[in-house]
Design a protein around this ligand. Structure first.
Ligand code: CA
Length: 291
């Protein structure tokens, strides 16, 4: 297995990779720089948009462009014109929070969660943005809202609260968008690091990035068992997604934020976007938001 850097650019807090099957490009963000990045592996063109606020996650829109969850709520993003348009802000009363990880569900709704910027536990929530642009809190009391994934049959939702160090599964009603019947399916011990971003492959297995854990792991959501792992040359591994023409390349985002100088000296690639080509597993295409 060869772990390559996609390009030499290093994000302070690289996150949220999304493979765009129409463009054949990888999108990701630098949360703390407020940047949305896009890279075309065919041409080597790397572009970015500065949003002007912290940006937690983006998803593709079926009408073109992106939906973003940012410091001050949900926005539509026109990357070609480098503009953003506010949609809704569910937390104007919580200025110490910001949006974090998010993803589009199988019905075309955007989900994204929040977290405290002051290390408070339990102030976050997971929100669903419906097509009529109404916002519903589906989970409250969250520590650090992170990875999301849906099973291929649309019946199960998987969710990571990093501070709870677990992955939970919920029954998911694709018609209403509601989730219920929460159960913990993987619990991480402190020495493994914090579970962060997540994706799912075409066999229904979860791929989980481990913050301060140096790894991406593949887990069986049925048994909770570890099936496979990739060790990165950096400790702060934040998220992953499958990309490439056949969805057989695994893209992995990382961060250098918060590392001490001596850690950084040993991790010169911290913050890079990595790829493992032809990893031997296949992802599923990213859903597109119907807005
Ligand atoms: Ca994250």
């Amino acid at each position: 297995m060869t772990i390559e850097t996609v390009l030499s650019h290093r994000c302070e807090l690289g996150e949220g990779p999304v493979w765009d099957t129409e463009l054949g490009m990888i999108w990701w963000i630098d949360i703390l720089k407020g940047e949305i990045h896009r890279y075309d592996p065919k041409t080597g063109l790397h572009e970015r948009q500065l949003t002007g606020q912290l940006v937690g996650s983006v998803a593709l829109r079926s009408r073109g462009g992106l939906v973003a969850a940012m410091e001050h709520g949900f926005y539509l993003v026109d990357f070609e014109n480098r503009s953003v348009q506010p949609v809704a802000d569910p937390e104007p009363h919580l200025p110490g929070n910001r949006f974090n990880d998010g993803k589009c569900d199988p019905a075309g709704r955007f989900w994204a969660g929040t977290m405290s910027m002051r290390d408070e536990n339990g102030t976050g929530a997971l929100y669903r943005l419906d097509e009529d642009r109404s916002v519903t809190a589906e989970i409250t009391g969250v520590g650090c809202s992170n990875g999301l994934a849906w099973s291929a049959d649309g019946g199960t939702f998987y969710y990571i609260d990093s501070l709870a160090r677990d992955v939970k599964a919920f029954d998911y009603d694709i018609i209403s968008g509601q989730i219920y019947n929460s159960r913990t399916i993987v619990q991480f011990s402190p020495e493994i690091g914090y579970p962060d971003g997540m994706t799912i492959d075409d066999e229904g297995m979860l791929w989980i990035a481990l913050w301060d854990g140096w790894k991406v792991i593949r887990c069986d959501p049925g048994s909770g068992k570890l099936l496979y792992e990739i060790t990165l040359p950096v400790s702060r591994v934040t998220s992953c997604t499958f990309g490439g023409a056949d969805l057989t390349d695994l893209y992995i985002t990382t961060a250098w934020t918060g590392l001490r100088d001596d850690d950084l000296a040993h991790q010169p690639l911290a913050g890079c976007l990595f790829v493992v080509k032809n990893i031997g597993y296949r992802g599923v295409p990213a859903e597109r938001c119907s807005y």
